[in-house]
Design a protein around this ligand. Structure first.
Ligand code: FNR
Length: 379
């Protein structure tokens, strides 16, 4: 029996079920992984004020993110290669999010395409855009997201060039992955995963392959990706992307108050305070440690969301108390997906929901809208 009581349990089950190169892809951070570790550790430094004898009946976690009603302010972050944690991973995760009424964000670098996910879900999902050098490809992606009825565009700003994760280099993680002896042995040891992968047709990067110039199949994808991330991306690009999209826009990857001010000037609907889960600039501060400075700088001008390091409902509450209106989880739902497919993503969300509900109550509040700095100890 797989009794998973928290995200750490799901992580260990995923470690056993998912081939090492894909588990490591989810689990790793850039270079020394110091920012990756700080993301998790800094949440633990924030302590709650326990309150007693407060009426805790009739509690609710319902909230909104960019005006959309959510059952709790926790979205699934965009993650590349999700379909390699579990076959059809993006579709299953989107369905789990839909059943929970929380937003699902599909990555540009997903295995299942925008159209695959739209066909498998009823509720509009969010689409994350990486800006590539090939602007026709970018324009076409934006249009595909519109046709699929995506209700928000999440524009990622912190990946003009790729940070290096040593584990991926060592494992030979390319697209398609290098079939080295350790990779073959590792897959063979996970027959359940192999069978599920053989049963699905989707082992390709559905947003890119067959849509980008010169990428007719997987063989040309790695070189295309390496060349295509646009190092010249600037605030001017945000303008034309906003204009072409015409809908709700979220800017992801803000870590500095000065950038937060520039982001607020674009007229976007929200920013995500994020260091990409410690996968880009190693040595950058944790997201939660910079959140208060960013709230001070622009909290009255733009909705603020946060990700990186959230591993429990308690962490969600910590972020909300410090001024975030919404949160995102990346690895936690990937662990759930790798561990048990859609059931595992639902379990991830259920664990987080319970932890959030109980913590809020033990801090003496009934409504998530009452989360504020007074629930926390001040040094
Ligand atoms: C990511 N992230 C990410 N972000 C993005 O904008 N586009 C992407 O394609 C990806 N891909 C991706 C893959 C994997 C495996 C991970 C773990 C992360 C970053 C992601 O959206 C989010 O910022 C972090 O995952 C948040 O940190 P936690 O919750 O994983 O600690």
């Amino acid at each position: 029996m797989n009794l998973a009581l928290d995200i750490a349990d799901l992580k260990e089950i995923a470690r056993r079920r998912v081939p090492k190169m894909f588990f490591d892809y989810a689990d790793s951070g850039a270079w020394t992984e110091s920012t990756y570790r700080a993301n998790e550790e800094d949440f633990q430094k924030i302590k709650f004020r326990q309150r007693v004898l407060v009426d805790m009946a009739g509690r609710s976690l319902e909230s909104t993110m960019i005006g959309e009603k959510v059952s709790m302010p926790v979205a699934l972050a965009p993650t590349g290669l999700t379909g390699m944690q579990h076959a059809d991973g993006e579709i299953l995760a989107a369905q789990a999010a839909e059943e929970f009424n929380v937003p699902f964000t599909l990555s540009t670098m997903s295995i299942c395409s925008i159209e695959d996910v739209a066909a498998g879900t009823k509720k509009p999902f969010w689409f994350q855009l990486y800006v590539m050098r090939d602007k026709d490809f970018v324009l076409n992606l934006i249009d595909r997201a519109k046709v699929a009825n995506c209700s928000a565009l999440v524009l990622t700003l912190d990946l003009q060039i790729l940070g290096q994760r040593h584990k991926d280099v060592r494992n030979g993680l390319t697209a398609p992955p290098r079939m080295t002896l350790p990779n073959i042995v590792n897959m063979a040891l996970r027959p359940e995963w192999c069978l599920s992968m053989l049963r699905t047709k989707r082992r390709t990067f559905g947003n890119i392959v067959g849509h980008a110039k010169g990428v007719e199949d997987l063989s040309s994808l790695t070189s295309w990706t390496n060349e295509q991330f646009d190092p010249t991306l600037s605030w001017k690009d945000v303008e034309w992307i906003k204009e072409r999209w015409g809908g709700k826009l979220i800017l992801k990857g803000i870590l500095d108050p000065e950038d937060a001010r520039l982001a607020a000037e674009t007229g976007a609907d929200a920013i995500i305070v994020s260091n990409h889960g410690g996968r880009q600039l190693d040595g950058a501060p944790s997201s939660i440690s910079v959140l208060p400075k960013i709230v001070d700088a622009v909290g009255d001008r733009i909705e603020i969301h946060i990700d990186s390091g959230i591993r429990s409902g308690q962490d969600v509450l910590r972020a909300l108390c410090l001024g975030a209106k919404g949160t995102y989880i990346g690895r936690p739902f990937l662990y759930g997906l790798g561990a048990m497919g859609k059931k595992g993503v639902k379990l991830t969300l259920d664990i987080i929901r319970k932890e959030l509900d109980i913590t809020l109550a033990l801090c003496g509040k009934r409504l998530i809208s009452e989360a504020g700095p007074e629930l926390l100890y001040r040094d």
